[in-house]
Design a binder for this molecule. Structure first.
Ligand code: ASP
Length: 239
């Protein structure tokens, strides 16, 4: 049974890394879990080792032991782990590295077969059908933008509403996501879920729940945009 958490961010303003998610992660993984950490998004160029150690430090409170995916090869036995966690950073780098190292397919197979998957930000993008609606810059070009496809949608983490009175003239997030629907590339064209900071999706088999502090914004297409309250099951909108 598919089990996943796709979260907008790892760190809320003024909090420690993963602090707000720890209660959720405690119930998500089994007791004293062995977690496979995916460090490939490397925020600000942090090394795989340092990033894995940072994650291990944060989840020590739930009794987790952590292995970095960079220490493994593509023949690794996913069934020796109780769950996966993908850290945030640059989504292009994350997806490119997963493809180059041959991990994308086996990871997808393991997660769809029931290995619990959690990811923040770039790690949340990875759970969607494609990474086409990331906020990141294309610092490297992956061979494919398609990702794990755990839900029939793309994600936009750190979703930002326009700030009234702000004199900044760049596109709003809403404009950028509407542009996404304009191209003919059906390969990537799924509803886009805008996850505001502090929100996440909880996926349990066919059910997808909105969780967190705020409403979740779903772009069904360039015209139909809906606001969904927290703790709502949204599968019906993604068919
Ligand atoms: N760069 C983001 C992250 O923190 C991902 C995104 O905004 O699309 O992982």
């Amino acid at each position: 049974m598919l089990k996943a958490l796709l979260a907008s961010t790892s760190t809320l303003f003024g909090e420690q890394y993963l602090e707000y998610l720890i209660p959720t992660l405690t119930n998500f993984y089994p007791q004293n879990p062995k977690i496979l950490f995916v460090p490939f998004a490397r925020p600000a160029g942090i090394s795989y080792e340092t990033y894995t150690a940072k994650f291990a430090d944060a989840v020590e409170v739930i009794g987790a032991s952590v292995t970095g995916l960079h220490q493994c090869n593509s023949h690794l036995d996913f069934s020796s782990f109780d769950g996966v966690f993908t850290g945030g950073g640059n989504t292009f780098l994350l997806v490119d590295t997963l493809y180059k190292k041959g991990f994308m397919e086996p990871l997808k197979n393991a997660v769809t077969a029931g290995l619990p998957y959690a990811g923040c930000s770039a790690g949340a993008n990875l759970g969607g059908m494609s990474m086409a609606t990331t906020n990141d810059m294309p610092i490297i070009l992956p061979k494919d933008l398609r990702t794990l496809g755990l839900i029939q949608a793309n994600l936009n983490p750190h979703y930002l509403d326009p700030i009234p009175g702000n004199k900044h003239n760049g596109e709003t997030r809403e404009q950028r996501i509407k542009e996404f629907f304009l191209t003919g590339d059906l390969m990537y064209k799924y509803p886009v879920i805008g996850l505001r900071e502090g929100n996440w999706l909880e996926i349990s088999d066919k059910n997808i729940w909105t969780r967190g502090l705020y409403q979740t914004r779903i772009f069904l297409n360039e015209e139909q945009i809906i606001e969904i309250p927290t703790d709502t099951e949204i599968q019906e909108y993604l068919k």
